[in-house]
Design a binder for this molecule. Structure first.
Ligand SMILES: C[S@@+](CC[C@H](N)C(=O)[O-])C[C@H]1O[C@@H](n2cnc3c(N)ncnc32)[C@H](O)[C@@H]1O
Length: 268
């Protein structure tokens, strides 16, 4: 048995991410949750290490002996030494990348979206509004082939520079509109992650955001074979929800006083 410590303010999101990463790495796992501890049965140590290295929202994984279910957080963590800790993501925060844009997705959310979409190594993951590549970098670093589309042409070149900086050599980038991604791509992708523009200072074509998302989901239905992880401002979610055939998971995530978003996994 292995115990994953779920991190961050939003434990529900951390658990959703753990489930996605488990499915992508080793298949469906049996999970029991207590407070901030998720106990998973049936993993090898090597599999547990692989899963924790993918995660953004969990700190560490511990191996538990039979009957050791009461791993506690804080002072009482037991056993004391984790099997492995998650990779450090903070050195890829937007301002630390060679090409900075304030509206680029930060690495913790980007990695969580890649995991929620259950992107596997070797598979193609699409971000149809890729900016300077925050999501694409995280997808590339876990071994996926990142595929990006962005309406602002100059950002495509800058996304390429970021990807190369992090050693990602296999990728596909296009200038164009997310709503036309079915005409832009020549090959399908296995997963997609979408963090659309919202907020007063964001640049949007084809908005408002609900319209952009609905039209984009329409186009994605032609090119995505698997799951789509997306963020939607809470006030737009009801309308966007109507436009998808299946919602597999959703969680409410409060960003600050005036922004709460829904993070969802959908089939178009
Ligand atoms: C929040 S940012 C996305 C950040 C990106 N996911 C990342 O990983 O850095 C939203 C992006 O959507 C782009 N955008 C706006 N309208 C678009 C459209 N119709 N098609 C494609 N991209 C669009 C904006 O230029 C902006 O770069």
């Amino acid at each position: 048995m292995h115990a994953f410590l779920l991190a961050g303010d939003n434990v529900e999101l951390a658990l959703m991410e753990l489930k996605g990463a488990l499915r992508a790495e080793v298949g469906e796992g049996k999970i029991e949750v207590r407070d901030r501890v998720a106990v998973v049965k049936g993993l090898t140590d090597e599999e547990a290490r692989r899963v924790i290295r993918r995660l953004a929202r969990s700190h560490a994984v511990y191996r538990l002996g039979e009957g050791e279910r009461r791993l506690k957080v804080g002072d009482e963590v037991h056993p004391a030494r984790p099997l492995a800790r998650r990779e450090k993501l903070s050195d890829r925060k937007p301002h630390k990348r060679p090409e900075f844009m304030p509206d680029s997705t930060e690495p913790f959310l980007a990695r969580a979206l890649v995991n929620l979409a259950e992107a596997r190594r070797g598979e193609r993951l699409l971000d149809p509004m890729c900016n300077v590549g925050g999501i694409l970098i995280e997808a590339g670093l876990i071994g996926c082939v990142p595929v990006g589309v962005e309406v602002r042409r100059e950002l495509v070149r800058r996304a390429e520079r970021n990807l190369r900086h992090y050693g990602i050599e296999e990728y596909e980038l296009h200038a164009g509109r997310a709503e036309e991604v079915d005409e832009i791509l020549e090959e399908p992708v296995q997963a997609a992650a979408v963090d659309p523009p919202y907020g007063r200072s964001s640049y949007i074509e084809g908005g408002p955001v609900e319209r952009l998302l609905l039209n984009t989901l329409d186009a994605l239905s032609e090119v995505v074979e698997g799951k789509i992880a997306l963020t939607v401002p809470e006030e737009a979610w009801e309308e966007v929800r109507e436009g998808v055939s299946r919602v597999e998971a959703e969680v409410r995530d409060r960003v600050h006083r005036s922004l709460t978003r829904i993070i969802a996994v959908v089939r178009p």
